[in-house]
Design a binder for this molecule. Structure first.
Ligand SMILES: Cc1ncc(COP(=O)(O)O)c(C=O)c1O
Length: 368
């Protein structure tokens, strides 16, 4: 989120005062560069999955005159089956909501439950405070430890003192890659429950982590909302499918703030086929974890400091010059990574082996 220096809006445009100084969120999309900047999965969908999608498409297109299933029941059923299978649970349709990416899920939550205010621990996913701003949710940022771990006792004290309606924990955290242990999430959920608040666990990168998912805490804590996405592990960022697992009362609340027919028939159909092929799509997750470990090792050998990561990206420091300058130096070498606004750090997404090697070759020229 950034502020424009001057009021650029014409007087006839009644833009809301509380968003007038914001700029649209977005990472640069520059073609012809090795794009390692938005934590996408670098692997294209397998041919067999694409051909199943093409087989289903005529039926979907023939019915585009009709609105989609407003509650996306088949897709939600397949998503909850995936979660039950992964975490050995028995959740059902009343425990799941789906939307256009997990960003829309986050917005739906804040629209429904943001009136008491929200708390997050930075550095973390900058879209959380942005959505708070655009939904009129009062946002408070507290600091993580210097090693980017959460510091559970301090976090509990923050919750107890400030009594937020919504507490956000991203694990593995973006942009640091650090994971919060399940036992700490349970303590945070208990603290949030004490102040009548919910704990939103953003698990966009969960499939890349060794930690158990916070969905396993749902039976103990009704106030946990686990937010997930098909954009990363499933390599489906372009289809825009995010979802959340929660107590049925949370899902009922989200149905009030979702837009009618928000999830297109095409999106629902593509998601169903991806989920029917989940073994195939998730097979690449292991390869990305192996590459993450290799790239982290190579960066360390070059003299960079790398934050231990449980996600599909690495945060590192040790390049010469400021972050913005070093980011530009990577661009000059054909590599697009991310300046996340953290002094002395840059973030790189794990790509295919060749892309990672190109990144490492550039990094070798740019170390301190
Ligand atoms: C922590 C986190 N949450 C949510 C998202 C949003 O993902 P999507 O809207 O594609 O599901 C991202 C995307 O990078 C993310 O890093």
């Amino acid at each position: 989120m950034s502020s424009a220096a001057n009021n650029i809006w014409p007087s006839w445009l009644p833009i809301r005062a509380d968003i007038a100084d914001l700029s649209p969120y977005g990472a640069p999309q520059i073609s012809d560069l090795v794009a390692l900047n938005t934590n996408e999965n670098p692997f294209e969908l397998p041919e067999v999955v694409i051909s199943q999608m093409l087989q289903d498409l005529p039926d979907v297109l023939a019915n585009l005159n009709r609105y989609p299933d407003r509650d996306a029941q088949a897709l939600r059923g397949a998503l909850v089956a995936y979660i039950n299978d992964q975490s050995n649970l028995k959740l059902d349709l009343n425990n799941i909501w789906a939307a256009n990416g997990s960003n829309e899920i986050l917005q739906t939550i804040m629209l429904a439950c943001g009136s008491v205010g929200a708390l997050g621990f930075v550095p973390s996913y900058s879209v959380h405070p942005l959505i708070a701003k655009t939904t009129g949710t009062n946002w408070r940022s507290a600091a993580r430890n210097s090693d980017f771990g959460l510091g559970v006792d301090g976090a509990i004290a923050e919750i107890t003192e400030t009594k937020p309606g919504l507490t956000f924990i991203t694990t593995p955290n973006n942009p640091t890659g650090t994971a919060t242990p399940l036992a700490d999430l349970a303590k945070l959920a208990a603290a949030a429950l004490e102040v009548n608040g919910i704990l939103i666990v953003d698990e966009a990168y969960q499939e890349f982590s060794d930690e158990l998912s916070a969905v396993t805490l749902l039976k103990e804590f009704p106030n946990i909302v686990v937010v997930r996405t098909m954009s990363k592990a499933f390599a489906l960022a372009g289809a825009r499918i995010g979802y959340c697992l929660a107590d049925p009362m949370v899902i009922s609340a989200l149905k009030i703030t979702r837009l009618p027919y928000h999830l297109s028939s095409t999106t629902q159909a593509l998601g169903l086929i991806a989920l029917a092929n989940s073994d195939l799509l998730l097979a690449e997750v292991g390869a990305l974890i192996t590459e993450r470990k290799r790239v982290a090792g190579e960066l360390a050998k070059l003299g960079f400091a790398v934050i231990p990561s449980s996600a599909n990206f690495l945060l590192f420091s040790g390049f010469s010059g400021a972050s913005a300058e070093a980011w530009n130096d990577f661009i000059k070498r054909g590599i697009l990574i991310r300046d996340v606004g953290l002094l002395g750090y840059l973030r790189v997404t794990i790509g295919k082996v060749g892309e990672n090697n190109q990144f490492l070759a550039a990094a070798a020229e740019l170390r301190q």
